[in-house]
Design a protein around this ligand. Structure first.
Ligand code: FAD
Length: 466
């Protein structure tokens, strides 16, 4: 078996496997090394299995509103083990799809754990093989796509014990349905688990350290999201600092400090959703520049070590699968000598809770802080025909324009399936669309997307349906 490749990719998540496919398409002899499962966190323990769980939760929740549609069921119930099995099955299906793609593109898959050592023209890759033994690979270029794992905070006991204190891995495959949960962190991961478990009837409290939930989102969306989740029975403790997480006889106790006062929350289980820790240990040994655990990269994913690129979660935020894939394609093309412009496309962010939240570009507050003369528009789904017909009137669309140039610089949405709609605004911002462009677009009727048109019109005082 050959040990000489043009490109060796470390990690087969959405960054690594996409980079490998693109490298292979460009005629580069490519290998990929994976220590666990093809598809990485995204397909096995992240994006995909959570969406499978959320779908079960969404359907179950809808059953309690059937009366409004003139429908009824005798007695709604669920089988928790089957819901989890379905999610694990979906992950497995997607992971085996990546095995097929690797084969199709003639990419050699090496199962094992890779380490980098000094080498030329790129670092030497030493793999401790799953099957035993080791293999050393010297390639022309190496793409590090080793991703990340859940961040845990040992100092306060916020560390998975696989039983009562969970990270996302535990929360995706529990043995039994917890009756109550405390979720630490109201980012996308924390909110998605809160939404799923609440939909199945668990008592859920979300603790957030800053003064609003989903802090990266536009403030108006954060506020509406909190209201919508509270309506479904989720409790929030905002501006609350967790000081201790402890296992008790019956579950967990979570000590918090709110406004200088100490309180204790109790639940069957605690989910720690406080961000991620990059899988980049030991890389300083080859002289790689790092910043708080992330690899420092240039505009094309290149690092300070010759022949070494880094992409995805290992290379810094936003920690999103599509950002990882985008960087992977870019790095492969750069290696192949393409003069692709630097990576600077707007990256959407989505939370697939019920209701969903989706955004791209600047929030109104960030635009104002940057000195931009903002023009913002809003349109609620409650007056959108399709939303009313579908019984999905919660939420709104918000647009943020640069008043001077007319360019769309941000879009923010909360509501039913807005994660599918956001792509319209991603395209618009990427293509540098202005208010004139957006006002002139014809939107199919009836669609919830018409609210996007109206929100763009509203920013310029031209809204039609309110
Ligand atoms: C619960 C949850 C839900 C999420 N939902 C979404 C979502 O809806 N949308 C979204 O965009 N993002 C979501 N994310 C984030 C997304 O999963 C990550 O941003 C994405 O997986 C990062 O891709 P990556 O290729 O950089 O790394 P990863 O997917 O982490 O893959 C890295 C791979 O490298 C392997 N590896 C690491 N070190 C080595 C080594 N030394 N040798 C060999 N192999 C190694 C790992 O085993 C892993 O398979 C979610 C994350 C979580 C945890």
């Amino acid at each position: 078996m050959s040990t000489e490749f043009d490109v060796v990719v470390i990690g087969a998540g959405p960054g690594g496997y996409v980079a490998a496919i693109r490298a292979s398409q460009l005629g580069l002899k490519t290998a990929i090394i994976e220590r666990e499962a093809l598809g990485g966190i995204c397909l096995n323990w992240g994006c995909i299995p959570t969406k499978a769980l959320l779908k079960s939760g969404e359907i179950y929740e809808q059953l309690s509103h059937l009366g409004g549609y003139g429908l009824s069921v005798e007695k709604a119930s669920f089988d928790f083990a089957k819901i989890i099995d379905r999610s694990r099955g979906v992950a497995k299906t997607m992971s085996s799809g990546i095995a097929f793609l690797m084969k199709k593109h003639k990419i050699e898959v090496v199962e094992g754990e890779a380490k980098l050592e000094k080498g030329s023209p790129s670092p030497k890759v030493v793999v401790a093989l799953k099957a035993g033994g080791s293999r050393t690979i010297q390639a022309k270029s190496v793409i590090l796509a080793s991703g990340a794992r859940a961040r845990e905070i040992a100092a306060i006991g916020a560390v998975s014990d696989g039983d009562k204190i969970w990270t996302y891995r535990d929360a995706l495959a529990p043995k039994t349905m917890p009756k109550s949960l405390v979720v630490i962190g109201s980012g996308a991961i924390g909110i998605e688990f809160a939404s799923f478990y609440r939909a199945l009837g668990a008592e859920v409290t979300v603790v957030e350290a800053v003064d609003r939930i989903m802090p990266v989102e536009d403030a108006e969306v954060s506020k509406a999201a909190q209201k919508a989740f509270e309506k479904r029975g989720i409790t929030f403790r905002i501006g609350a600092k967790v000081t201790k997480v402890e296992k008790t006889k019956d579950g967990v106790s979570v000590a918090i400090e709110v406004g200088g006062k100490a309180e204790t929350l109790t639940a069957a289980v605690c989910i720690v959703a406080v961000g991620i820790a990059p899988n980049t240990e030991g890389l300083d040994a080859i002289g790689l520049n790092m910043d708080r655990g992330h690899v420092v990269t240039g505009k094309h994913g290149e690092t300070n070590v010759p022949g070494l690129y880094a992409i995805g979660d290992a290379a810094g935020p936003p920690w999103l699968a599509h950002k990882a894939s985008h960087e992977g394609i870019h790095a492969a093309e750069h290696i192949a000598g393409y003069k692709t412009p630097a990576v600077n496309s707007p990256i959407p962010g989505c939370t697939y809770a019920n209701p969903q939240v989706a955004s791209v570009g600047m929030t109104e507050a960030a635009a104002k802080a940057a000195g931009i003369d903002v023009k913002a528009g809003r349109f609620p789904f409650r007056v959108n025909g399709k939303a009313v017909a579908a019984g999905e009137i919660e939420g709104f669309v918000k647009t943020v324009f640069d008043g001077k140039t007319g360019a769309l610089i941000g879009a923010h949405m909360i509501g039913h399936e807005v994660t599918e709609m956001i792509q319209g605004f991603v395209t618009a911002i990427t293509l540098e669309a202005t208010e004139e462009d957006l006002h002139g677009i014809v939107y199919a009727h009836p669609t919830m997307s018409e609210a996007m048109h109206e929100a763009a019109l509203d920013a310029y005082g031209r809204v039609l349906h309110i």
